[in-house]
Write a protein of this length. Structure first.
Length: 316
């Protein structure tokens, strides 16, 4: 099995803060139902590679061993930004394949501008080509254009990423009954569930529509662990219209949570997770006496102000 993010000799100079803190969050919306809420502060792991970005990228970067990395994302992809930052910090070349060839002739948005500033070469493709990004011919064309590269999939989710995220589950052993995480491509949930002990369960809150995530998690666990690993489930009711979609109500909830707990809330993943958990607690979904750990996978996007209007769909 590849080295885990807690023991990366090539990445240790980045000084990740592991294990991430587990903080109690006194909240009457949970306590009145006998539920204890904890916040697993993965957003504090690293300034440039926070949360599941560190846990998923670290084993992939170890495997790349300093070779150039080519990966994929939308116009506002946190994964692209984290990969570009890793390239800058560790001194390897990065290529970002960006969905939407129409973007090539426009000024870079702040997210892509940050990728470029960190040295990432941006390659824009039309949406049809992007959907076929796993096709061997498409990959061959990209590698022909950019040279031999280590290819990391969209969102960083592959077998190595899932293996890296098992450490998240291990850090919660004996600490929570339910470990909950927002999901984009499924890699974090696949690894989290595998790292938990019998009697614990993982809960995924998808931020995309489509109902495809269950199959994705099962496929990742098969590739990473040889078959099903741990107990997990999905609740697909809290995507707020899909990836990068938000509502005024969600922003109001996030503002209130920030005021209650002094925690900056990232809107596209973390706000949806915390909203879902609050609703589920109110619905009696967690028996009295349950301890729920919410994995805070990232911090607010530094390229836009809090409460900014929803962005067009754009990656993970």
């Amino acid at each position: 099995m590849p080295a885990t993010p807690s023991d990366p000799p090539g990445l240790s100079r980045l000084r990740p803060a592991l294990p991430s803190p587990l903080q109690p969050a006194a909240d009457d919306r949970f306590e009145r139902h006998g539920v204890r809420l904890l916040l697993k502060r993965d957003d504090l792991i690293h300034q440039d590679l926070p949360g599941n970005k560190w846990r998923k990228l670290a084993p992939n970067l170890l495997a790349a061993a300093g070779r150039p990395v080519l990966t994929f994302g939308g116009a506002y992809s946190n994964h692209l930004r984290a990969t570009a930052a890793a390239g800058r910090l560790l001194g390897f070349r990065t290529v970002g394949v960006v969905r939407g060839d129409e973007l090539a002739h426009r000024p870079l948005n702040p997210s892509l501008a940050q990728c470029a500033a960190d040295g990432m070469r941006l390659h824009f493709v039309d949406r049809r080509t992007y959907r076929a990004k796993a096709d061997p011919q498409v990959l061959a064309g990209l590698l022909s254009a950019h040279g031999e590269c280590e290819v990391i999939p969209e969102g960083g989710s592959n077998a190595m990423a899932a293996q890296g995220c098992t450490e998240l589950g291990r850090e919660l052993l004996g600490r929570a009954d339910v470990a909950a995480v927002a999901c984009g491509t499924g890699g974090t949930l696949a690894g989290l569930a595998a790292g938990l002990a019998p009697g614990q369960r993982a809960l995924g809150i998808p931020v995309l529509r489509g109902g495809f995530l269950g199959d994705a998690v099962r496929d990742l666990q098969r590739e990473a662990f040889g078959g099903p690993a741990g107990t997990w489930s999905l609740d697909e009711r809290f995507h707020f219209g899909g990836y990068a979609r938000t509502t005024p109500g969600l922003h109001a909830f996030a503002d209130d949570f920030e005021d209650r707990h002094g925690l900056p809330i990232e809107r596209l993943y973390v706000a949806k997770l915390l909203y879902a958990l609050t609703e589920l607690a109110g619905q009696g979904a967690f028996p009295a006496g349950t301890t729920v750990a919410a994995v805070i996978t990232g911090r607010p996007d530094p390229t836009e102000p809090p409460g900014a209007p929803q962005k067009p769909p754009g990656g993970h």
